[in-house]
Design a protein around this ligand. Structure first.
Ligand code: FMN
Ligand code: COI
Length: 366
């Protein structure tokens, strides 16, 4: 029997042993040279701490709120597609783990359990992630189903006009399983379309609306009363546009390095985006978070909360719902220890001056 994992990174190897190569590669992989994939993780390692001492940390409070919803820690579950390829219980297991950890799960548009099944399975606060299809009526239907089923926000993923080139998926001729939310809405032939390479790429390029632009946020607002967050922001210019069009929050993300390779590591652009937003809306963050220290660093640079993508899937593949819980709990425990050792009894003690970025750190320390 494999040894019990003691940190989030160790779940990746367990997942690799558990999964068919095609699915492991799909989950783990990034675009093209996978430069950004490595950088998302590496860039965290170039940020150092400046801890404070002699602060009473006999109690450490990790709780926070996101869009007014109280959660146990600033660690949320990122939208990731097709959880049934990782575990037969799919997104239902993930949602139950989110509920048990008292955090928010963002359900992917491209899930293998439906909006309704996930809503019925647990009482976690849930947001719904949206891709806008060329067939706008299909996207509108899913938004309305999410709203009817108690999802609390729409997360519009805006970095996917076309799918990034994921070479492992092309080699493996990645197959798209049935996407539960689209049953009866999308002809089967679209999902099974094949150009001899990655079916995912063919599916996304066939269905996603590459003409989607800033003006369309008005359309999205017109079809829902839910708050809208935009996911995929990497620059101050886009952050300001997002605030101008009246979104409720933004998510700094490069889609886990699966879209445009050689975008910067998300942690290296977070602060620029936070400055541009100037506190007008919350800034969430994802990409490369594997340790509680990473969570702390993102908060110190201005994120309200972070989202975790791959580690959740690896936990799910290794041990189902329990594995997802372990992943979230490990990150929470590490964050709590980091806060104690940095002199921060609660999240509002964490300041910019608790970290030094690579530009502020002498080379000799790296
Ligand atoms: C296997 C996989 C599937 C994903 N599917 C989606 C998706 O359906 N919608 C979306 O907005 N982002 C999707 N993402 C991106 C994640 O939401 C998130 O931005 C990214 O995983 C964060 O990086 P991390 O994996 O290093 O934590 C996916 C990422 C992975 C790894
Ligand atoms: C169905 C996909 C386009 C899911 C996705 O966003 C991803 O694989 O990164």
């Amino acid at each position: 029997m494999a040894a019990e994992p003691i940190n989030v990174n160790e779940f990746q190897e367990l997942a690799r042993q558990e999964l068919p190569k095609m699915f492991y590669d799909f989950y783990a992989g990034g675009a093209e040279d996978q430069h950004t994939l490595k950088e998302n993780v590496e860039a965290f390692r170039r940020i150092m701490f400046q801890p404070r001492i002699l602060v009473d940390v006999s109690r450490v409070d990790l709780s926070t709120t996101v869009l007014g919803y109280k959660i146990s820690a600033p660690i949320m579950i990122a939208p990731t597609a097709m959880h049934k390829l990782a575990h037969p219980h799919g997104e239902i297991a993930t949602a139950r783990a989110a509920a048990a950890c008292n955090t928010i799960m963002i359900l992917s548009f491209s899930s293998t359990c439906s909006i309704e099944e996930v809503a019925a399975s647990c009482n976690a606060v849930r947001f719904f992630q949206l891709y806008v299809y060329k067939r706008r009526d299909i996207s509108a239907t899913l938004v309305q189903r999410a709203e009817r089923n108690g999802y609390k926000a729409i997360v519009l993923t805006a970095d996917c006009p076309r799918l990034g080139r994921r070479e492992a998926d092309i080699k493996n001729k990645m197959i798209v399983p049935p996407l539960k939310n689209l049953e009866g809405l999308l002809p089967n032939k679209v999902i099974s379309v094949s150009d001899g390479g990655s079916n995912l790429e063919a599916y996304a390029n066939e269905t996603f609306d590459a003409s989607l632009c800033w003006e369309d946020i008005g359309w999205l607002k017109s079809i829902t009363n839910l708050p809208i967050l935009i996911k995929g922001i990497l620059t101050r210019e886009d952050a300001m546009k997002a605030v101008d069009v009246g979104v409720a929050g933004i998510i700094v993300s490069n889609h886990g390095a699966r879209q445009l390779d050689y975008t910067p590591a998300t942690i290296s652009v977070l602060e620029e985006v936070v400055h541009a937003v100037g506190g007008r809306v919350p800034v969430l963050f994802d990409g490369g978070v594997r340790r509680g220290t990473d969570v702390f660093k993102a908060l110190a640079l201005g994120a309200q909360a972070i989202l975790v993508g791959r580690p959740v899937i690896f936990g799910l593949a290794a041990k189902g719902e329990h594995g997802v819980r372990q992943v979230i709990e490990m990150l929470k425990n590490e964050l709590e220890l980091t806060m104690a050792l940095s002199g921060c009894p609660s999240l509002n003690y964490i300041t910019r001056s608790h970290v030094k970025t690579e530009h502020e750190t002498p080379h000799s320390m790296l």
